[in-house]
Design a protein around this ligand. Structure first.
Ligand code: ATP
Length: 356
């Protein structure tokens, strides 16, 4: 089997006595995009800077293609690591043309071919003789990508590379960048604080919090099987229903939920994303009959409904405790405030977390 393109193990970094990177392990396989995702200040950029070699770790090892790049005893300088970098505030050389920017630092007979190939891939072939000030932000970004890829790095490190771009442009550039990276077969470690960006770009997401990787997996798995309530809440709004465990079950107004292995008397949070609440109409003051999959319906009264474009957001005030639950419904669903409706929770769509 191929070794991981990048493998970092037990990386630790303290700043002023505070642990900023706390025993981080990560792997990126050849041709794969791994996103290091987490809130601002959780240590993502520091991890990336350590991999790039512009910051040194206190302990831990880094391997590229199974070859040691640094550990406690040795450290290759950044330029010998065969790593490409792309950051938000990338800067093209203002006095060099697009072609000169892309070929900067490269030597050999094939450089011109490579520059043409890459500028073609990023859709900038017609700007080959332009200077950076003649390009838009998105165009500069494309050139920066071509420049970073020109020396065929073994791995590309990207730190919030799209955050300087406006929303619509950003989606296009993300997709184009991903297509170019995939066509080059480059392994990528991308840092972002935006779950949407990570879901869009990543083959694998490593979720980071307070210096630690708390969960790793494919976007689908991270979204649908979060390790804890914070991991669930990082990706969308959530609804939380509280309960207490008795005999591995929790009784709630929505019926019983399984809580296997959780000791009696433990408080639990039952977490459901707004798009997974099921809404049923009121039938002469009664809701639908309970089912094994969806449990018991609980009645709520519409507090407000908002049209969001692709979906509608409906807020309910629940009869059982006066709390608000939010439901997201595809397309247009705008019930009037005051209307009674019934909510159900599919057991395979919710997460049950024991409280610490
Ligand atoms: N050179 C430094 N000296 C002291 N503290 C630092 C240094 N670099 C980073 N930190 C601190 O380490 C913590 C993690 O920073 P880091 O930039 O890695 O986080 P991040 O997850 O990338 O956040 P952001 O997305 O805001 O950049 C922050 O609290 C930051 O203030």
């Amino acid at each position: 089997m191929q070794p991981p393109r990048l493998e970092i193990s037990n990386i630790v970094k303290d700043f002023g006595g505070r642990r900023v990177v706390d025993d981080v392990d990560l792997t990126v396989m050849p041709g794969q995009v791994t996103c290091l995702l987490g809130p601002s200040g959780c240590g993502k950029s520091t991890t990336l800077r350590i991999i790039a070699g512009v910051e040194s770790q206190d302990s831990g090892t880094i391997n590229v293609d199974g070859k040691l790049v640094c550990n406690g005893a040795m450290s290759l300088p950044p330029e010998q690591r065969n790593i490409g970098l792309m950051f938000q505030d990338f800067a093209l050389f203002p006095h060099l043309t697009v072609a000169q920017n892309v070929s900067f630092g490269l030597a050999g007979r094939k450089v011109t071919d490579r520059v043409h190939e890459l500028l073609g891939k990023v859709g900038m072939a017609s700007h080959i003789d332009d200077y950076p000030h003649q390009l838009s932000g998105g165009e500069q970004q494309r050139v920066a990508l071509a420049r970073a890829l020109a020396p065929r790095p073994r791995i590309m490190l990207m730190d919030e590379p799209f955050s300087g771009l406006d929303d619509r442009l950003r989606d296009d550039i993300r997709d184009e960048t991903l297509a170019v990276l995939k066509s080059e077969g480059t392994a990528v470690l991308l840092v972002t604080h935006e779950p949407g960006e990570a879901m869009r770009m990543a083959d694998e997401i490593a979720l980071m919090r307070d210096g630690k990787i708390v969960q790793r997996g494919a976007p689908y798995n991270i979204y649908n099987a979060p390790v804890d309530i914070q991991a669930a809440a990082f990706f969308s709004d959530i609804n939380v229903i509280r309960g207490k465990v008795e005999g591995a079950l929790t009784d709630t107004p929505f019926g019983q939920f399984l809580a296997p292995g959780v000791p009696d008397g433990t408080d639990v949070d039952i977490v459901i994303r707004p798009q997974h609440l099921k809404i049923e109409f009121d039938r002469a003051g009664r809701g639908p009959s309970p089912t094994p999959v969806e449990g018991t319906a609980a009645r709520g009264v519409v507090e407000r409904a908002r049209f969001m474009g692709a979906s509608s957001l409906v807020e309910f005030r629940m009869d059982f405790d006066g709390s608000i639950l939010k439901a997201v419904v595809p397309s247009v669903f705008l019930p009037k405030p005051g209307m009674p409706l019934w909510l159900m929770i599919r057991r395979d769509r919710c997460f049950v977390f024991a409280k610490e």
